[in-house]
Design a binder for this molecule. Sequence first.
Ligand SMILES: [Zn+2]
Length: 317
Amino acid sequence: MEVTDALPPFSPKSTAAGFDADLVLRSSDKVDFHTHKNLLVMASPVFQDMFAFPAPTEGVEARDGLPIVELEESSSTLRRLLLLLYPQAPNFDSLTIFDDIYLVCRAVDKYQIPANALHRDLVKAEPYRVYAIACHFSLRDVAKLAACETLKDAFHPLDPEDELKLGRDGLTSAMDVLGRFQSVCAKSVVKLVSQHGADSDVRMWEEDWETANYPWWITEGHAGGCGCTEYDMELYPAGWFKKHMAGVVDVLNHRPTGSGDDVFRALMDFTQPTLNDISKCQFCSKNAVKSIAAFAERLRQQVDAANEAEANKWDFV
Ligand SMILES: [Zn+2]
């Protein structure tokens, strides 16, 4: 098989790696990747061991004066593995085929590269598969990352190909754990959102001047019947806001998972009756939608942070 050069940034003349490369990694299908020994050593204890002793000068194949190390990975797997390690690498090639994900995860495992090097894009594209694979290979951090990502995509059927490759039993138990995690997150998302006006009469974030500026928590300036009212030491937000939040909670209650994106979308989805209510008050019609958007963004961040904190409590692998 004829030896060929890898595409940039691992080609001999590309500035990213080839510029001052000191090592050539040759894939099983004879593609040469110009890389940097130090970077590989820092990323992987396996590479560290491999390069721990100075290579003997005889019998080592060299290219342009650089030592060549032959690896058993194919060029497509090796490229993806190296792209994980190079900070200025171009965007990670999207992975949708099971074998691609599987091989990259296996290589990450084999070379003991920190799991979080697996790019978020990879996790984003195929969260369920990456999750299953990460569980299979005991990649704790990747499993966590992927588990959080699945919250944005409520239902995803198992792929027969996945079952075949990972084994039905392991896969089923991994998915059971994920299902329980999703359900806990879904419930806490509903609880968190409910606290902000749906079933609570107490204003949240009281010390927060920003939320205090939301029109539904302001008493003055509304048209009759609208605005924040106080009764028996408790504050009640504008009626339309309470109804809107009840609708949001209802939407979220019907979802098996909950993410910041879901909450944001639900909050920004105004029903016609709500819009009619808002339009009856000049103060609210001027400020409400803009303020809801700011509020939705805050909640989105809160929900995602809460989900991440929840994931840290779980043992997925
Ligand atoms: Zn109003």
